[in-house]
Design a protein around this ligand. Structure first.
Ligand code: HEM
Length: 467
């Protein structure tokens, strides 16, 4: 292992083609904002009588891959960690010079697991720089904690302990493939047709898994039927995800930096200007979907389990309106359960994913009641469970699923919200049959882990430069 390896000098690619000038996207301060992602308007009436025209939907990048890894760097060796940090910074900078930061190029994200912070950084540094929960019930806990098992998780669910998780997204699959090969294979490689020498960090890590997938209109049905996945023939032709409904409603995704540790008051002690400001908790899980059973339900039964039992949109509407006035908070959710004996997926959690009152953020922006501050960037997969996994078996039998990725202010926030998806108390109090608890009964969770997704400025080995 050569953590102090010399990094070859970088060639000035901007002198050949300056992608930053051609694709005029500023790099954001967070890692989770995605420059260049476009929006389109879907047609659906606003059930709350809002006068907005159409339903805005984010057209997310088509191809996705995550690579998780353990670090091969010795602990207690600050110089080795700083050298590794420098190499990753150089590597990602080179990647972003050759592929613009855009769905047309590549959008990379790097999250860091609890084992990284616990093994490589002194507790005093974490006390100073890792935010803490400010919520009653978890106040004072670091915002990054090990993932927990939820009431409806199967016994064999794996709580993972990776040091690092890379997520790459692009509209072009070969961009993702090339970057993975360049970063994790030894020696020289090719990026965008150009030989590069300074991108490999393969000796610094042992890759523990590779997880791939897609998100795009028509893709789930096309891929699912081509692979013969039972139930795939019933996926609506234009659906962006296996379960049929659009899950990238602009109104259901945190805008700007709303998902960061510090932005929405009350969740953590992080403030603007702190080391981790612009960072967020990132929960990563793999969820298999029982597609055949899901599509054995009638359209109205799927619609109501996905949203609320009050929804009446017709079958052609895959993107029912999600604007702030459609939000369901706790009182209305409980009334729905009482009246219909059923609770929908997004109403299970909106009282935790959206602000219940007009709120002034830490940056002085006033966001109206019903604004979402949780961000989902998940994508569909047919892996069972991953393309590659060092710690367990991988089956060649395709299985419909989701690599779920959710960003928000703390792991504690995620845990509160995810527990609501299982709704144990609500189900018990109202004697709900399993299949009336959102759509959780149609899912099988196989893996989970929480990561810290630092701000872009600290995306490489956070805090190593402070050692
Ligand atoms: C198979 C897995 C899943 C599917 C297909 C799915 C799909 C959806 C859809 C269609 C919506 C409503 C549309 C939208 O807001 O864009 C939604 C909302 C939501 N989902 Fe999921 N979801 C899945 C898993 C999860 C998980 C594991 C969580 C974690 C807690 C989660 C949290 C949320 C939240 C909080 C909302 C409401 C966002 C808001 O309106 O403020 N989902 N999901």
């Amino acid at each position: 292992m050569s953590t102090a390896k010399q990094v070859p000098e970088s060639f000035d690619w901007a002198g050949v083609v300056d992608y930053a000038a051609r694709y005029t996207h500023e790099a954001p301060e967070t890692q989770y904002e995605l420059p260049g992602v476009t929006e389109e308007l879907h047609q659906a009436p606003c059930p709350a009588g809002g006068d907005h025209a159409g339903v805005p939907v984010a057209v997310v990048p088509l191809w996705h891959a995550m690579v998780t890894a353990r670090l091969n760097i010795p602990t207690g060796d600050p110089a080795a960690l700083r050298a590794a940090q420098h190499r990753l910074e150089v590597a990602l900078a080179e990647v972003e010079r050759l592929y613009p930061l855009s769905p047309a190029g590549l959008l990379p994200q790097v999250g860091w697991g609890l084992p990284y912070f616990a093994r490589y950084l002194p507790p005093s540094m974490l006390d100073t720089h890792l935010p803490r929960s400010a919520r009653e019930g978890s106040e004072g806990e670091p915002v990054l904690i090990e993932a927990i098992r939820f009431p409806r998780d199967p016994d064999d669910l794996v709580v993972e302990h990776n040091d690092v998780c890379f997520h790459f997204k692009s509209d072009f699959r070969h961009h993702v493939d090339e970057v993975i090969a360049a970063l994790f294979s030894p020696g020289e490689s090719i990026l965008n047709g150009i030989p590069v020498e300074n991108v490999s960090i393969g000796d610094l890590v042992t890759v523990t898994s590779i997880r791939r997938g897609f998100a795009g209109r028509g893709m789930p049905r096309r891929v699912g039927t081509a692979l013969g996945i039972p139930g795939a023939e019933n996926i609506p032709a234009g659906a962006m995800l296996f379960m049929g409904f659009t899950s990238s409603h602009v109104h259901g995704l945190a805008a700007g930096n709303l998902a960061s540790y510090e932005t929405v008051p009350g969740w953590t002690d992080c403030t603007p200007g702190d080391y981790m400001a612009g960072g967020a908790n990132m929960h990563v899980s793999h969820i298999a979907i029982e597609l055949e059973r899901w599509y054995s339900l009638a359209h109205a039964d799927r619609l109501q389990r996905m949203f609320t039992p009050r929804r009446t949109e017709s079958e052609e509407i895959l993107s029912p309106d999600q604007c702030p006035v459609t939000s369901t908070f706790r009182t209305e959710r409980d009334a729905d359960v009482e009246r219909f004996g059923l609770v929908g997926h997004n109403e299970q959690m909106q009282f935790l994913s959206r602000v219940e009152d007009d709120t002034t953020t830490a940056y002085g922006q006033v966001i109206p009641r019903g604004t979402t501050f949780f961000l989902r960037q998940d994508f569909d997969t047919t892996e069972n469970p991953f393309e590659f996994w060092v710690d367990g078996p991988v089956s060649a039998l395709p299985r419909a699923g989701v690599h779920f990725i959710g960003m928000g202010p703390s792991a504690q926030h995620f845990h509160l919200m995810r527990r609501e998806m299982d709704s144990p108390e609500l189900a018990e109090a109202h004697h709900l049959p399993d299949e009336n608890v959102g759509f959780t009964d149609f899912l099988v969770n196989t893996h989970r882990q929480n990561y810290c997704l630092p701000p872009r400025a600290h995306r490489c080995f956070p805090m190593a430069e402070l050692l």
